[in-house]
Design a binder for this molecule. Sequence first.
Ligand SMILES: [Cu+2]
Length: 363
Amino acid sequence: MANESVRRLSDLLSGATGRRAFLSRAAVLGTTLPALGTALAACSDSDGAHVPARDSAVSAVHDAQQPPPHDRSNDDAAPVGAGAVGYQRYDPALPPRGAGGLVKIEMTVKEVPVHLTKDVVVPAWTFDGTVPGPIVHVRQGDTVEFTLTNDGTLPHSMDFHAAQINPKVAFRAALPKQSISYTFKPRYAGAYLYHCGTQPVLMHIGSGMYGAIIVDPPAPLPPAKEFVLVQSEFYVTKDAKGGWQFDYQRMLATLPDYVSFNGIANQYMDDPIRVKKGDRVRFYLVNAGPSHPCSFHVVGEQFDTVYLGAPPGNAIHGVQTFGVAPGGGMIFELVCDVAGEFPFVNHGFGHGQKGTIGFLVVE
Ligand SMILES: [Cu+2]
């Protein structure tokens, strides 16, 4: 009965009416949290979970990023919240793994404004205040003890793709101000998605509730500079006050306004990923979707190895581009034996141009 009540409440609150109610609350949030940048500052508060280290506060300086083309009606008005929330690059570096064995991961649902570009700020539903949420790094066979605390105003849940578990029980919703916990042992290594699984899932992923869990194989892969890229699409529109909001109808129409690596369009063009000549680079590419694939390619390079499934098996060699489905994850390796500036892109360029282009600088 309790589960049924949760489901009904979840369905009710997650429907169009709930979205509207949330948006009006969020619009208030966006204008009343001037210190939010501080709240989003770096921290690492649980074994194995990592909130991205943030670059020092950067003001929301205007750059060449354009607002979504479908709404230019309010171009003279500053987006609600822009300037009030610190713009911070999402650190793509894979955080170190803890000692292993029993790994306790805690996350908190936070409804906060986030940057989709330096200028476009939107009220989001998040895990721990960032989009994507913290990068989780464990090893195959670890016991992951996970707790989700809901500081939001709607039911939310957690679906780890690295888990094999009864979803009806483990992925149940935590009501506002409540927590849920469950334990799992990742059976396979790889790059996996996690996301809120509360209905409608499209809205919860589309509003920012996802991240990556990287599971190492028992024997280490070759030494490399390791980075995590989570691709996702964003669908936004302006409300009556000129503030950007996520738009569920646009999510259903699947014509995105932005497609990004790690939540912010083109952030690694502005501030590239840097490695040294001779480094092996390993990208853990997770595609949160919610709806489109990522055709991953590095201009001027070739992938030495792509792990299609759990490493170290399932490897193919000498690859130019490989597609990662929404809800999927793969591992891409290249050996940087040529110096230069190499764009890494979603080669589906209708989406690449919307934000999934970054630079890998080999020095
Ligand atoms: Cu949710």
